[in-house]
Design a protein around this ligand. Structure first.
Ligand SMILES: C[S@@+](CC[C@H](N)C(=O)[O-])C[C@H]1O[C@@H](n2cnc3c(N)ncnc32)[C@H](O)[C@@H]1O
Length: 291
């Protein structure tokens, strides 16, 4: 978010708003990170994003939110955005002509470079969203998100408009809006000044590829459970060491995938795999000795 050119998208910034309005009427704060959300339920926004830190930051003009109603781009009198699936099957599919017109309109003012302004479709088929992706998105100038409904979107739009699919996880929701909100929340909190204490984002889970160490607060003794003594010692180096150990322990126990990735990044061998290799070697050697 630093050293970015100021961009106005052709609009003069007057005041930020929490009230979703059609594109072209909404006021934007120039030069701040902007989320444009293509949805058939614009009234769902800002929803939870209008509360707490993200809501305050939105009111203070630290980021922009523009929900855009896809139905505005429908051509028939019923404002249809979906039709029956080719080849048969249950449900409906979002129409390529309507969705493409909506995408083209909202992407008009965005930079050509998709790294500077990603265009994504929230989809269970997509690349799983993670902290690294949130960091990339936060470093862009903004993002356009397409929220699917029904059985999803006609494949040809995704191909022709070079839309990148991003998933919130291996489960299926009724629409992309909640996924878009989760993604915006995780991204917006990385924007400078959105979090009160910038360090809190640095020390969190995933920021170093590891899960965060356990957290405690007063009272010192609660239901017979004490806060680990080291945290009350005031000894910063020992506290940091304890947190690092806990962070490693939790990651190893709960997310061996993250632990392996962490070790690979650090160029270290994986002790678990090493042990497995060594066990396999011992078993094989014993087998050989039998003969
Ligand atoms: C009912 S789902 C469609 C699921 C689709 N037929 C499939 O099997 O992949 C409707 C919409 O919800 C959104 N959605 C559902 N699950 C999601 C997930 N795990 N991550 C992101 N978006 C999701 C997508 O935008 C999708 O188009």
């Amino acid at each position: 978010m630093t050293d970015k050119p100021n961009r106005s998208h052709g609009r003069v910034a007057v005041r930020p708003t929490l009230v979703p309005r059609p594109l072209g009427q909404a006021d934007e704060v120039a030069g701040v990170w902007t989320a444009r959300v293509l949805t058939i339920f614009p009234g769902m926004f800002p929803g939870p994003l209008g509360e707490s830190l993200t809501g305050t930051a939105l009111k203070n003009g630290l980021w922009n939110l523009q929900p855009v109603d896809i139905r505005r781009y429908a051509r028939d009198k019923h404002r249809s955005v979906d039709d029956t699936p080719a080849g048969g099957g249950p449900g409906m599919v979002m129409k390529p002509d309507v969705v493409a017109t909506a995408i083209d309109d909202v992407m008009q003012a965005a930079p050509e470079d998709r790294g500077a302004w990603p265009l994504i479709y929230l989809s269970p088929r997509g690349k799983p969203f993670d902290q690294a992706m949130a960091e990339r998105f936060a470093n862009a100038q903004g993002i356009t998100m397409l929220c699917g409904r029904f059985e999803g979107v006609d494949e040809r739009v995704l191909e022709s408009r070079r839309v990148v699919e991003v998933s919130l996880g291996d489960f299926v929701m009724t629409g992309g809006e909640i996924a878009a909100m989760a993604l915006i929340d995780a991204t917006v909190r990385l924007i400078p000044r959105v979090l009160g204490n910038a360090d809190s984002a640095v020390e969190e889970s995933f920021s170093e590829g590891l899960l965060e160490a356990p957290q405690y607060t007063k009272p010192q003794l609660w239901e017979g459970r004490a806060i680990p003594e080291v945290l009350l010692s005031g000894h910063h180096a020992r506290i940091a060491e304890w947190r690092a150990e806990q962070s490693e322990r939790l990651t190893k126990e709960r997310r061996p995938d993250l632990w392996r990735a962490h070790l690979a990044k650090a160029g270290a061998a994986d002790p678990v795999e090493d042990q497995e290799r060594s066990d396999a070697h011992t078993i094989a050697a014993k087998g050989e000795n039998k003969d």
